[in-house]
Every structure is written in structure tokens, then in C-alpha cells.
Design a protein around this ligand. Structure first.
Ligand code: KG4
Ligand code: ZN
Length: 329
């Protein structure tokens, strides 16, 4: 193989991932190891365990990514690694390994903003997608509306005041006894419920801000009122109602952002963009107003292919200094 590939490395939270991407647009290999089994007994991510596991898994995932691609280190033109936001110890593992590879292979290294990565995942799904675009990134820690005027530049136009959408799903799932990881489990349960039987309020703030903590409290009180009398069907109905309130709140702001901005492309990305109802409603809201790109399910949740893509298109040789609380800049 004689093309120049970008090697992506992602270790910001509970997925260890290594990918090889061609021209920032074509996924050649993308291997992902989820730490769900490691953390599930604790009901959430244990940072020290996560960091140690990233370190143990990376060598074999690197081998696997190259094997699947039929490529070797000589084919790599750039190494892109997540530098933030995320868990400090986890980010340090990825950056440390990337720095080591960069030094031993004499290849340039670029530090990538994980949030940018979620948007760039859409360009792997639709290779002709270019900025300017309007993005909604909904993940475990973020619910942000952004404008992307050009490659490597983002302007936040809306965000959450409190919990992120994914965080809200995870907490609601815990209240419903679904354990970790909550979002996908709540999605599955909601499919068997009717949101009209246990309606919950739809959060509504002026402008483009989100808020999900009141909705979480409403669910808590409803479960408290039901007490021991709560049935499996009640839980399914509540899951459906909670999902509907979160999704409709996101849709209301996406709709407003679309009215305020004239863009021809919309991207909805991040782990929560894997949600069944959100995908369906997004298609309806954007229809006839812009072209919509949602990454494939595998590229919605954390993965290294999106990091490679963002590293390829972002400003050259960005610092790889770890910054756990990095914003969109
Ligand atoms: O983007 P991501 O993989 O990691 C972060 O950058 O945070 O997003 C993870 C979040 C978690 O909160 C998870 O519960 C949520 O995405 N999530 C979902 C679904 N799949 C993942 N939430 C609702 N429905 C889903 N199908
Ligand atoms: Zn993420």
C-alpha cells in the first residue's frame, strides 16, 4: 500500500479505539474496544480502571487496525490523537502512546479536539460533505449547537445549562434500574412503551439553550409517587416519555437554529445521535430545509476514525498537550 494514511487514536473515556483513515474521508480500519464489562458492576466509568485498560489494550488494537487495513507503519503520514475533552488519565495514555509512535516512526503528531471529531464523523459517512454547516453534537458530556464556517473552526450558538442529553439518558436509565450504559438500554425499553401514558414535561428555555435537570427531577418524583406499585409497563412508558421530552427539546432548538442560520448542510452527531427516536425526528425536522448527515451508528459513539478525520482536516500539527476540559476552541 503506498497511500498516506492517518492513524487515529481515541482513549478519552470508556472506548479504546485505533483507526486508519485515507485522505481524511475513507475509513480503512476502525477497531473499537468498549469497556462496558469493566465498568458495569460499578454503575459508571471508573477513571483509574479505564486508563489502565486503555494502556493494556492499545498495543493489540494497533496491531489489529494495521492487520485489517493490510498496511504498516510505513503507510502512515500523520498520527492524530484525542487531547481533550475527556478523563485526564485516559487522555494521557492515548497521547503518551501517540507521542512514542511519532518519535519512533518519525511521523508528525497532531492533538485532536474530541468534539470536532464527532462532527468529522459525518464526513466519513458522506465523503462530499464540506463546511459551512450547522451541527448538533449530543454526547455523554455535551449538548451543543455549533456553526462550522470552515474546516477547523467552530462557533457555539447553543449549549446545555446543566446536564448533557447523554448524561440525562444515563441518569434516567439508572433510576429505571437499567444500569450502565444507560442510553442504549433506555432506547430499547422506550420502544416498548407509550409516552402518552406517563407524560413528562418538555424542558423549554428561551433561545438556543438546553436544560435537562428539571426533567430528571420530574422522573424521580414520578417514580417516587408510583413507589412499589410501579410495573414493567410503567417503566417502559416512562422511558418513552423521558426519551420524547429530551428529543423534542433538542428538536425545538435545532428547528430554531435552522431558522436563524442559512446553511445547506446539517450534521447531528455524538453518542446520543444513535438514539432511534432522535434519528427519526431529526429527519422530519430537517426535511426540505437542508441536507442532513448523521454518522452511521458505529461512528456516532466514540471511535478513532473520527479523530483521524478531524486531525487530517484540522489546523496542521496542533499541540498534543492534554486538556481534559477543552471546549470547542
Ligand atoms: O459520544 P459518546 O460515545 O461519548 C462521549 O463523548 O460522551 O456518547 C456517549 C453517550 C452516553 O451518554 C450514552 O448513554 C449515549 O451517548 N447513547 C445513547 C444511545 N447510544 C449512546 N443515548 C440514547 N440512545 C442511544 N441509542
Ligand atoms: Zn464522544
Amino acid at each position: 500500500m503506498n497511500t498516506q494514511l492517518t492513524l487515529g487514536i481515541e482513549t478519552s473515556c470508556d472506548e479504546t479505539s485505533v483507526a486508519l483513515v485515507e485522505d481524511g474521508r475513507r475509513v480503512v480500519s476502525n477497531v473499537i474496544h468498549s469497556q462496558v464489562d469493566l465498568h458495569k458492576d460499578f454503575g459508571g466509568v471508573v477513571p483509574e480502571l479505564a486508563a489502565r485498560d486503555h494502556l493494556e489494550r492499545l498495543p493489540q488494537l494497533l496491531d489489529l487496525a494495521f492487520e485489517k487495513a493490510g498496511a504498516g507503519p510505513e503507510d502512515v503520514g500523520l498520527i492524530a490523537v484525542t487531547r481533550g475533552p475527556g478523563l485526564a488519565g485516559c487522555l494521557l495514555v492515548g497521547v503518551g502512546v501517540a507521542e512514542g509512535l511519532s518519535a519512533s516512526w518519525s511521523r508528525p503528531l497532531t492533538g485532536v479536539n474530541h468534539l470536532w471529531g464527532h462532527i468529522y464523523a459525518a464526513m466519513l459517512t458522506r465523503p462530499d460533505l464540506e463546511p459551512p454547516l450547522l451541527g448538533l453534537v449530543v454526547s455523554g458530556a455535551h449538548s451543543d449547537l455549533v456553526r462550522m464556517p470552515e474546516h477547523g473552526r467552530f462557533e457555539v450558538i447553543g449549549r446545555t445549562r446543566d446536564d448533557a442529553a447523554g448524561e440525562a439518558f444515563d441518569k434516567a436509565a439508572r433510576m429505571l434500574g437499567l444500569g450502565y450504559p444507560g442510553g442504549p438500554a433506555l432506547d430499547r425499553l422506550a420502544r416498548t412503551g407509550d409516552p402518552r401514558r406517563q407524560p413528562l414535561p418538555k424542558p423549554s428555555l428561551p433561545g438556543l439553550e438546553f436544560s435537562f435537570s428539571g426533567l430528571k427531577t420530574a422522573l424521580l418524583y414520578r417514580l417516587r409517587d408510583l413507589g412499589d406499585a410501579v410495573t414493567p409497563q410503567d417503566k417502559a412508558d416512562l422511558a418513552a416519555a423521558f426519551e420524547r421530552s429530551v428529543v423534542e427539546s433538542l428538536m425545538e432548538k435545532l428547528d430554531e437554529a435552522l431558522s436563524r442560520t442559512s446553511v445547506s448542510d446539517v450534521v447531528v452527531a455524538g453518542g446520543v445521535a444513535a438514539n432511534t427516536l432522535l434519528r427519526r425526528r431529526t429527519i422530519e425536522v430537517v426535511a426540505g430545509r437542508a441536507r442532513l448527515t448523521m454518522p452511521t451508528l458505529e461512528l456516532c459513539t466514540d471511535n478513532a476514525a473520527m479523530i483521524a478525520a478531524a486531525g487530517f482536516f484540522g489546523p496542521a500539527r496542533q499541540t498534543a498537550t492534554v486538556d481534559p476540559s477543552l471546549g470547542w476552541d
